[in-house]
Design a binder for this molecule. Structure first.
Ligand code: LLP
Length: 430
């Protein structure tokens, strides 16, 4: 966690706001984000590249909450979007269209039209069929689509296999060996304006070497394509820089920046970055209450009021999240708990055998480093309501997404005519 989350008078605070106070006001579970933590993460990253033409496009997939995106937009961030929905959030948050990059391996023609309509900075195109579709959509509108080719550099990011994207066997990007041919075809297309290259090799990287390998390949390719007549001026290095969830030691932003500058040398290109997790991951916690302390035959369980539908990372990626009591432990004694949700799946487990001070029903816990890929990956599985999101700034807090509402959840379903009568007799009844 960051300095934004600290104990004050024995209670965990987000900046100046007590999480126990927020829990009393909005109920549990809830996500809580710190504006200050987001701001310092953005400023550290953007500041590291302020000495050369660059643009930091926040990857909305990490957390598309409107208030959070607006916080970043006000700092000057651009946006990396992967769907029309994210495009709409970015625009509504006030990100200027000329700072929006549209990524993703499966953009539909409707999404391309929405991007062109908005006048975005660039489409990162990942295949020849996608390039042809973009050309069709742009030509039909009488415009040229600003385009970068996303390259698959065939580099192993050495991260969890489910979030590795830069190996030749992954679905992402255009194979290194075919780029020259695809660039040649792009140059012939009336609806395409080829302006750059893009790469993204994976997420939660904790070493610089894979980045360096990919970026050096990209810089060489960029120079080569330029030498053969392509007027490229933008180089997008994607996101992927990891954070410390447990004992990882991810590269410092300054070291990452130094490596990038070394890899591109004197190349005359505007650098674009798409960090997601790095900007918001450490800026959030999930606050949850213990419903029961259950003594099992072999384990002692804490059964929480949050579940895998609120936070799927532990079960999906075997991800580690620190879990701490909101009221600071007064005694040194700890016990080992399996910390689980109420859903009927053994995978609904946040942590196993975690040492915590003695806990009782009603106690509050904070699940740490859940600003990224947490609330945005939540679902209403088991007809559980989505947890609300709270944004803190100094002494202020505001609910920036309300808890979902049972009436609204129920009203989404429709009954066909033959099932409408509530008092219909069971079928087959005499
Ligand atoms: N750019 C592209 C093209 C991406 O695919 C991604 C993430 C990013 C940027 C941002 O990467 P970041 O800086 O956040 O690492 N749900 C997973 C992470 C999925 C990442 C997908 N792509 C998790 O919870 O770990």
């Amino acid at each position: 966690m960051t300095a934004a989350f600290v104990y004050k008078a024995g209670v965990l605070h987000a900046e100046e706001v007590s999480l126990a106070h927020v829990a009393a006001a909005v109920g549990t579970p809830f996500y809580c984000y710190s504006s200050g933590a987001v701001t310092s993460a953005y400023e550290a990253f953007a500041g590291a590249f302020s000495d050369r033409p660059s643009l930091v496009c926040y990857a909305l997939k990490a957390n598309a909450n409107l208030a959070l995106v607006r916080t970043l937009a006000r700092l000057g961030a651009g946006a990396d979007v992967v769907s029309e929905g994210e495009l709409r959030v970015a625009l509504a948050a006030g990100v200027p269209a000329e700072r929006i990059v549209f990524a993703g391996v499966g953009k539909t023609e409707e999404e391309m039209a929405a991007g062109l309509e908005a006048g975005i900075l660039q489409f990162n195109v990942e295949s020849l069929p996608e390039l042809a579709a973009l050309n069709r959509v742009a030509t039909a509108r009488g415009v040229r689509a600003p385009t970068a080719l996303r390259i698959n550099p065939d580099v192993d990011a050495r991260t969890h296999e489910k979030i590795t994207t830069g190996r030749a066997e992954n679905k992402f990007g255009i194979d290194l060996g075919r780029v020259r041919e695809v660039a040649g075809l792009a140059a012939e297309m009336p609806g395409i304006s080829l302006q750059g290259l893009a790469v993204h090799i994976g997420s939660q990287l904790t070493g610089l070497a894979p980045f360096r390998a990919a970026f050096e390949r990209m810089a060489a390719l960029f120079g080569e394509l330029r030498a053969t007549g392509h007027d490229l001026h933008q180089l997008d290095f994607g996101g992927g820089l990891g954070i410390a969830y447990r004992d990882e030691v991810p590269p410092a932003v300054a070291d990452y920046a130094a490596m990038v500058k070394q890899a591109v040398g004197a190349l005359d290109a505007r650098l674009v970055f798409e960090p997601g997790r790095l900007l918001v991951g450490n800026a959030g916690v999930l606050v949850t209450r213990v419903i029961y302390v259950k003594e099992g035959a072999q384990r002692r369980f804490l059964i929480l009021d949050s579940a895998m539908n609120d936070l799927i990372r532990p079960t999906l990626y075997e991800a580690w999240h620190d879990i701490v009591p909101v009221s600071e432990a007064s005694e040194a004694e700890t016990q080992a708990f399996d910390i689980v949700g109420p859903v009927c799946e053994t995978g609904d487990t946040f942590a196993r055998q975690r040492p915590l001070p003695p806990m009782a029903a009603g106690d509050l816990l904070a699940i740490c480093c859940t600003g990224a890929y947490s609330a945005c990956m939540a679902s209403e599985y088991n007809m559980r309501r989505l947890a609300p999101e709270v944004l803190v700034r100094g002494q202020d807090f505001a609910v920036v997404r309300a808890r979902s509402d049972y009436a609204a959840m129920l009203s989404r379903d429709r009954l066909p005519g033959w099932l409408e009568a509530v008092d219909g007799a069971p079928q087959g009844a005499a």
